[in-house]
Each structure stands twice: as structure tokens, then as C-alpha cells.
Design a protein around this ligand. Structure first.
Ligand code: ZN
Ligand code: ZN
Ligand code: FE
Length: 759
């Protein structure tokens, strides 16, 4: 019997080869009908024998192309008509857009084979792509995802490319960025001043420059990288000097897994992650004595490694014959990545010796993503290229909200229905270029999602650039969200939680409801509200922001708070190191309460300990002292633990426990005086922090009867802290949740803000 069914498919089903897949499937089952993209995804009508249609429906989900993601599928029976064949109809444009745009995807194996096949017409063509790979998010202007709506619109296809594009049986059917050497974009090698170099083979010449130790700016998918030979210490040092980047580790691109294996310890999950089509930078344990220059990642036990993800990267690495290239964002420290050729030349002049640009426009900047495997799961330190704009899928419907994030490592979030769209990594907003990208991303996200929320969520901090921007908007209802409440809400959202939880939010800085700098917090929280159950006892931050850059100030603050000024008499190395004049100024500032805000920050406690035991007294990048303190543990598994005191006290929100670190410092000082080694000191401190927050959570459970704990905040980028606190809490009977897909640091803040404002 003949039947006809209409099938609405939602999810990531555009630009992933879904229509040709359905076409071939319908063909194989001798079905007539049609398929079209619409705003919600695709709509399919199939007509044929009952059994064949049933078989088609079964196969539809199981055999979908690798990049497709079906989130909803609705089938309705409709009347048969006289269709004789199956056809692909042109896209329709409608009012409410719910379709999902794909991120930029690494070159697929089929394209790679063609790229290195001398008989192929795209042999060594740096822009080869197909429906399974290539740029998406960074070349898209609006919906529906079709060529005129991308930056490929200025390249009319040659007859051969057009024939591939029109043929449903071809791998390049409706591949919007389809191109070849005859009709597509081309690379161009420019000298340091931006003048074209007469070159017969631009990529080979760029590779030669890299071999000779030069720095080459290379245009990729989401912006320019600065590339240098990672095995050449002089080249790496030169890059650091020119980029004004002291000690902060560089990521390294290696040609393949074998090369990665020679520099780092890999397990099966790491290998899968490195070679996934999303191609993140993966932080991996570094092998000793590799060929990579020490200055690539000084004072680190890990190395950030990634594999080539554009055809140009593949060709460049092959031609350079180098085992590893430093590939760092094309910017000055903390500015966003440069995207246009002219912009790159002006902003990167003085850094790059040459520019390998091209004439395909990047419409939106997008940095590389960074992940690390901790406690058996992939954790996003930076969720950007390869992942954005795939939404975070939520457990229920929420109103439309725009959330503008924090100040550092900013992202924005557009919440709509059951989906939360986090933007790419935007950067530190105090930087004018990053603030420009912030505004661009807000406009672009709303544009490609076709959502214009009336609720606007921002941080409680009155002076953040994001807050000031939010408060200057008209026609939207602005809602201020406390920083650590947002961290916990972000964790709840990712884990599909409702109701109330105990939230342990540990990080460097967040504005508290009492005007203090929070960051070592135990909250009782739901989306709509929170109370503070416990926090690290306050100490002054002498000099405010200067105390963040100079961890020794925090060590002085903690010692003076706990032991008064007589701490200076203790026979410890730190006291010999201290400059008496500077210390006295600091003590005076704290005593007279001059520029010394009070803080309960966990990051500052780590800073104090790192400085006190001599690991790091001045930092060159955010989080450096804490990272090096973790590294300093090595494989030490000392079981002792520096204790803390838990003291009840009352605050404006009612009873709140103070976590008193005095016993912790007493024990630490005793160990310092008996010459206990740095790894043991670090381990005992880490054990102490785990125990302190586990006990604070137990106390909070006792008071609230809640048993779910959410862990969030930048301090949980510390693998030891996350792993051991989660274990300790689980063994105490808690249900423990942490972040994975969404960054635990401030990159995940905007999601939590949106949930609080919308929940
Ligand atoms: Zn491909
Ligand atoms: Zn062509
Ligand atoms: Fe934070």
C-alpha cells in the first residue's frame, strides 16, 4: 500500500550533507517526494510502499552523516499525490529560526586524500573542503546557511565546482564553501610591511621562512596565528619578546598523532580528542627531553598540542618538515585574534616577519578551543572554534535572555527555549579590541539566531565593561547576577539540575553582595536566588589589583592577619627575601585600610602559599602562581593535611561559616622551618583546601538537608583540586556535579547569568 509521510527534523541538519544523505536514502528505497531546509531544520516528504517508508524512517536516524545532530523528529501521515521522483527543493525563509549552525570543522580524510593526490584537480589547494568539513561559523552572515549568506558569495563557482555543488550524489553537493584553484580563494605571501612577495609558491616560501627561524602570521579559520619553529629556542624567544608574552605557555601544532606521541603522554581518549573534527588544543602531560624548546611552556608539566585543521596547515607542516610549530593567536597579549589581512599587517607589524594571508573573508573572529582531561572527562578551558555555536541543550524551556558575561575570558550567551548559545572566547574586556569583539559578537549571535531578548543579564560588579555596556542599553530589562551564583547556575544548567544545591564556587575574583571580593564560597543556590553558607575568612588585598600581580603581597597579608607584624621574626626564607621598606608600606596600607579591599578569594589563598614557599612571587599571566603551585606537587602523595577552623558567624543573609586559615598557616610555617620540601608543602596545602571545603559542604548539608553539590569557578582548572574534592565529597555521600562542556572559569559565567535571569 502507498503511504506519504511528512517528517520535520530539528537539530544540526543544515550544511552537514543531510539533504544528499536523505536523497540517496529515498532513492535506495524507491521513494518519491522531496526535502527542503526550513527555519527549524529540514522538512521531508516521502511516498512509497508502507514497508519501504518504515524502513526509510528507521535508517534516517541511524545512518545520519557524522556531523549531523538530530534533536527532534516529528512524523505525520499525509495524503498521497502524484510525485514521481525525489527532489531537493530550494531553502525557504521563515519567521522563527530554530535551526542550528555548524562550527568550523577540520579537513576530512576524503579531502586530505585529494589534497595530496597529484592527479587531483585540487592537489595542494589550501581551501579544499566538502559537506563534511571546512569553515562554517566564521564565514556565515545570516540564515539560511546558503552560499549567498557566506563570505564565499564573491567567488562564483566554475562549471566543474558548480556541477559538484548541484549533484546530490557528490560529496560536495551544496557544500557552501566549495571551491577550486580556478574559482576559489587563494593565499598570498606578504612581507613584514604588507607588500606582496613575488612568489611562485607562497606556502613553500612561508615554510622556508619558518625553517629559517622567522615568525610568520598565518591566516586560519577564525583568525591569524603567529607561527614559529617550536624546536628553535631563538625563534620562540623572539616571538615572546615581540608579542610581549612572558612565560605564558604557547600551544604547539604537530603534523600527526605520532609526533604528538613523541612529545606528550597520550591515552586513547586523548588521541580521539586530538584527531576529532573539532580539533581543540589538548593540554597533555609533557614527556621529558623532547625536541620542543623549553621556552614554549616554561615551568609547566603540560603542553598544549593540536593537530592541523585546515588544508593550509597540512600543506605548511608538510613543506616545512618541522615536527612542531608554535601556533599562537595573532595578537598582542590578551587582545582578540586579528582576522583581516590589512588588520593583521597593522596590528602584527613588529611581530611577524611575513604574512600568509588569503582573500576569503573571516566574518567573525574565533580563537582555538582548549581542553584538558580531568577525572575521566573532557573539560573545556576555552570553548571556541570547533564547538561554537553548537548550543548547550537544557532540560526545559527558558525565556529569551542575553547575558553579557564577566570581565576576563569573557563570553556572551543567548538563551532561548531549550538552548543556550555561548559565544566564542572574546577575551579580557579591559582591552579595547576585545570590547569591540564583545559588541560584534552580541550583534552577530542575535542576528544568526534571529533572537532579540528583552531580558539582559550582567555581573553585579558595577565597573565591569560588560556591566556598563548592559546598563547603557535601552528597551531591555537588566538583571544583575552575583558572580559566584552565576558560576553555580552554569554548573546546574550544564547538568540539567533544578531546585537547590550546595554550590562550591572557587576562583580568583568576583564582586560580592557585601562589596568585598569573593572567591572561596559555599552557597545554597537555585537559579532564582542564593544564600552564602560559608566562605574563606576575609583578608585584605593590599594594593587591590597589584596584589593579584604580586602574590608576595597576599603572603604578607595572610601572615600579618594571622600573626600580626611579628611574623617578620620567623626564621623562614620568605622573610629574608622580603624588602623591609616595601613590606612596611604594605603593613601600613592594610592597617589604615588604604586601597586594601577585603577578600575571601581562593585564588588569592593559592597565591599567598605559592609566594610563601617560594614557588612564585610575581606573576606574568593570570593564574600563574596557582598553576605552578599545582605543578610543584609533582607525584608527591603525602597524606597529611593542613587543617582549617570552621567558625559560625552571622552576616546580612543569616548564619554563615567562616573558614579560618590560621591553623593552616601555623602548620605550614612549622613545616617551612623544618625544611620540608616544596612538593610536600604543596601537597599538604592542596589536601587542606580539599578537606576544608568538604567539611564546609558537610556543615551546609547538615543545615540545609541538600545533598547535591555543584563545583564551579576558575580554581577547578586545577586538576588535583577538582579530582580530589569530587572524590572526597562522593565518599561522604554527596551527589557531585562539575563542568565539562562549559568552562568552569569565567568563560562559563554568561550561561549562569542567563539561567539566573531567565530561571
Ligand atoms: Zn572534506
Ligand atoms: Zn572551481
Ligand atoms: Fe569567576
Amino acid at each position: 500500500m502507498q503511504v506519504r509521510k511528512r517528517i520535520h527534523v530539528s537539530g544540526i541538519v543544515q550544511g552537514v550533507g543531510f539533504r544528499p544523505y536523505v536523497y540517496r536514502l529515498a532513492d535506495a528505497h524507491h521513494l518519491s517526494g522531496h526535502i527542503a531546509n526550513n527555519a527549524a531544520g529540514v522538512v521531508i516528504e516521502v511516498q512509497g510502499l508502507d514497508a519501504a517508508v518504515a524502513e526509510f524512517l528507521r535508517a534516517l536516524q541511524s545512518g545520519a552523516p557524522p556531523l549531523a545532530l538530530i534533536t527532534d523528529l516529528q512524523v505525520a501521515e499525509i495524503a498521497c499525490n502524484g510525485d514521481a521522483a525525489f527532489t531537493i527543493l530550494p531553502s525557504e525563509k521563515s519567521e522563527t529560526v530554530r535551526t542550528l549552525i555548524l562550527p568550523d570543522i577540520a579537513t576530512c580524510d576524503d579531502c586530505l586524500r585529494e589534497l595530496f593526490d597529484p592527479s587531483d584537480r585540487r592537489y595542494l589547494y589550501p581551501f579544499i573542503n566538502c559537506t563534511n568539513c571546512g569553515p562554517r561559523f566564521t564565514i556565515i552572515r545570516g540564515l539560511p546557511y546558503d552560499r549567498p549568506q557566506t563570505s564565499m558569495s564573491i567567488f562564483p563557482m566554475c562549471p566543474q565546482c558548480q556541477a559538484e555543488y548541484d549533484n546530490p550524489r557528490n560529496r560536495r553537493f551544496h557544500a557552501q564553501p566549495n571551491a577550486c584553484p580556478d574559482c576559489g580563494p587563494r593565499v598570498e605571501l606578504l612581507d613584514a610591511a604588507g607588500h606582496a612577495l613575488a612568489s611562485a609558491d607562497d606556502v613553500a616560501d612561508a615554510a622556508e621562512l619558518l625553517r629559517a627561524g622567522s615568525i610568520v602570521a598565518v591566516k586560519g579559520l577564525g583568525g591569524f596565528h603567529l607561527a614559529a619553529d617550536a624546536t628553535n629556542a631563538v625563534a620562540v624567544e623572539r616571538l615572546r619578546d615581540r608579542k610581549h608574552r612572558v612565560e605564558k605557555p604557547f600551544a604547539v601544532m604537530v603534523p600527526d598523532i605520532t609526533a604528538a606521541e613523541s612529545f606528550c603522554e597520550l591515552n586513547a581518549e586523548d588521541r580521539a580528542l586530538l584527531s576529532s573534527p573539532r580539533r581543540p588544543i589538548v593540554l597533555l602531560p609533557r614527556k621529558p627531553n623532547g625536541a620542543i624548546a623549553d621556552s614554549v611552556a616554561p615551568f609547566q608539566s603540560t603542553l598544549g598540542i593540536f593537530l592541523p585543521y585546515t588544508p593550509l596547515h597540512h600543506i605548511l607542516l608538510q613543506k616545512s618538515k618541522l615536527p612542531a610549530l608554535v601556533m599562537t593567536s595573532g595578537n598582542l597579549s590578551e587582545e582578540p585574534i586579528a582576522i583581516a589581512n590589512s588588520e593583521a599587517v597593522s596590528r602584527l607589524s613588529g611581530i611577524a616577519d611575513a604574512f600568509l594571508g588569503n582573500n576569503r573573508e573571516i566574518l567573525l573572529r574565533c580563537d582555538d578551543s582548549v581542553v584538558r582531561r580531568i577525572a575521566g572527562r573532557t573539560r573545556h578551558l576555552r570553548r571556541s572554534r570547533g564547538y561554537v555555536p553548537v548550543p548547550v541543550f537544557l532540560h526545559r524551556e527558558f525565556p529569551a535572555v542575553l547575558a553579557v558575561g564577566g570581565e576576563l575570558k569573557n563570553t556572551i550567551c543567548v538563551l532561548n527555549g531549550r538552548q543556550a548559545f555561548l559565544s566564542q572566547h572574546i577575551g579580557d574586556l579591559e582591552n579595547a579590541e576585545a570590547f569591540g569583539l564583545f559588541r560584534e559578537a552580541i550583534a552577530h549571535m542575535q542576528n544568526i539566531l534571529e533572537v532579540h531578548p528583552s531580558i539582559l543579564a550582567h555581573d553585579l560588579h558595577p565597573d565591569y565593561f560588560s556591566t556598563r555596556w548592559a546598563l547603557a542599553q535601552t528597551g531591555m530589562r537588566a538583571i544583575a547576577v552575583q558572580h559566584h551564583h552565576a558560576h553555580i547556575a552554569s554548573c546546574m544548567a550544564e547538568n540539567h539540575l533544578d531546585g537547590h544545591v550546595i554550590g562550591i564556587a572557587l576562583d580568583g575574583t568576583g564582586y560580592g553582595t557585601d562589596g568585598c571580593v569573593w572567591g572561596g564560597e559555599v552557597l545554597l543556590a537555585g537559579y532564582e536566588s542564593f544564600t552564602r553558607a560559608a566562605h574563606l575568612a576575609n583578608v585584605p588585598m593590599p594594593g587591590g589589583a597589584a596584589a593579584i600581580r604580586q602574590p608576595w603581597r597576599m603572603a604578607v597579608s595572610y601572615l600579618a592577619s594571622h600573626f600580626g607584624e611579628k611574623f617578620g621574626d620567623l626564621p623562614i626564607e620568605f622573610n629574608h627575601w622580603l624588602d623591609r621598606t616595601k613590606t612596611n608600606t604594605l603593613l601600613k596600607m592594610m592597617k589604615e585600610n588604604i586601597n586594601s579591599p577585603l577578600t575571601s578569594s581562593c585564588g588569592r589563598l593559592f597565591d599567598a602559599v605559592a609566594a610563601l614557599i617560594g614557588v612564585r612571587r610575581y606573576i606574568n599571566y593570570e593564574g600563574q602562581a596557582a598553576i605552578e603551585l599545582e605543578t610543584a606537587m609533582g607525584n608527591c602523595n603525602d597524606a597529611l593535611c593542613y587543617p582549617v577552623g570552621l567558625r559560625p558567624s552571622s552576616s546580612i543573609n543569616g548564619a554563615c561559616t567562616q573558614i579560618d586559615t590560621r591553623p593552616m598557616f601555623e602548620n605550614l610555617l612549622r613545616d617551612l622551618q623544618s625544611q620540608v620540601s616544596v612538593p610536600v608543602l604543596s601537597r599538604r596545602f592542596h589536601n587542606g583546601v580539599v578537606e576544608a571545603f568538604a567539611r564546609a559542604a558537610e556543615l551546609a548539608r547538615h543545615q540545609s538537608a541538600l545533598n547535591r553539590v555543584c563545583l564551579s569557578g576558575g580554581s577547578f582548572q586545577n586538576a588535583f583540586l577538582l579530582e580530589h574534592l569530587a572524590q572526597r565529597l562522593a565518599s561522604s555521600g554527596f551527589e557531585v556535579f562539575s563542568q565539562s562542556e562549559v568552562p568552569t572559569g569565567d568563560g562559563g559565567l554568561s550561561l549562569g547569568q542567563a539561567m539566573v535571569a531567565g530561571g
